[in-house]
Design a protein around this ligand. Structure first.
Ligand code: NDP
Ligand code: 8X3
Length: 254
């Protein structure tokens, strides 16, 4: 029986890279996201490339009832999830707190905090029933530090950091591991989403420096999943070599 991993936000970036890597390592994967065409293309790619099974679930994590309905529609055998990767998330906008837009704040809070909770609320009882499991939460260096114009995004990732710690305490009697991943800059669609499709601004984030790639994070997640049952990596901060923290990045511009 192959282990089952549920990965939210698998239509691009870290989620997609993790689904592919886990499928290559003989996991059956449940992939989720809002962009159905991408889910279907990834499902086909995984099935064609690896001898593993895939379930696709199409929902917006901000919608609690739809999230519940979609997850509970999984066949019973697929509810025996071994690994939950709470990855779906985003930053929207980059303005000082006085100029921030309520719509952007709502999108970040509803996706990064409430969406993570809605998914976890359904899956955690399944892990508890099995007396084992591993939850991987995608936090961020923005959950450890706060930077100019980062305000609400940083607050949501601080919340993820707190929820990882809280889950670790609450789920301790149930033999459930909780790993918080806190990366710095990764070249995914993240910046394009943050800057609302402005490719020039998005590309400028990674100007003259080498950011992390989605596969770098997928490899770290796999490493955490492969530790023996008595070992848990609680918290992993992973940065590009050219980035010391959120305010010090070396750009080779001379
Ligand atoms: P991408 O934009 O490439 O991927 C984000 C994923 O989240 C997509 O698959 C998207 O799918 C999904 N998603 C977003 N909103 C929703 C929603 N409401 N419902 C369901 N799925 C949703 O970015 P990354 O891969 O970089 O981001 C993944 C995680 O990593 C995020 O939590 C991000 O905060 C975190 N992170 C990213 C860093 C970076 O520099 N890139 C650094 C540190 C952390 P779809 O649009 O199809 O719904
Ligand atoms: C994304 C990394 O530094 O843009 O979480 O906040 S950062």
């Amino acid at each position: 029986m192959k282990p089952i991993a549920l990965i939210t936000g698998a239509t691009s970036g870290i989620g997609e890279a993790t689904a592919l890597l886990l499928a290559s390592q003989a996991y059956n994967v449940i992939i989720t996201g809002r962009r159905l065409d991408r889910l279907q293309a990834l499902s086909k790619r995984i099935k064609d490339t690896y001898k593993t099974e895939v379930q696709t679930l199409h929902f917006d994590v901000r919608n609690a009832s739809d999230t519940k309905r979609q997850l509970e529609s999984l066949p019973k055998a697929w509810q025996a999830i071994d690994v939950l990767i709470n990855n779906a998330g985003l930053a929207v906008g980059a303005k000082t707190i006085d100029k921030g837009e309520i719509e952007d704040w709502d999108r970040m809070i509803d996706t990064n905090i409430k969406g993570l909770l809605y998914v976890s609320k359904i899956v955690i009882p399944w892990l508890i029933a099995q007396k084992k499991g591993h939850i991987v939460n995608l936090g961020s260096i923005a959950g450890k530090e706060v930077y100019l114009n980062g305000n609400v995004y940083c607050a949501t990732k601080h919340a993820v950091d707190a929820l990882s710690k809280a889950m670790r305490i609450d789920l301790l009697p149930h033999n459930i591991k909780v790993t918080n991943i806190a990366p710095g800059m990764i070249d995914t669609e993240f910046s394009l989403v943050r800057y609302k499709g402005d490719k020039h601004k998005a590309d400028d984030v990674y100007r003259n420096m080498k950011p992390l790639l989605a596969k770098d994070i997928a490899e770290v997640i796999l490493f955490a999943l492969q530790r023996p049952s008595h070992v848990t990596l609680n918290d992993i901060v992973i940065m590009p070599t050219a980035q010391a923290n959120t305010s010090h990045t070396y750009r080779n511009e001379h």
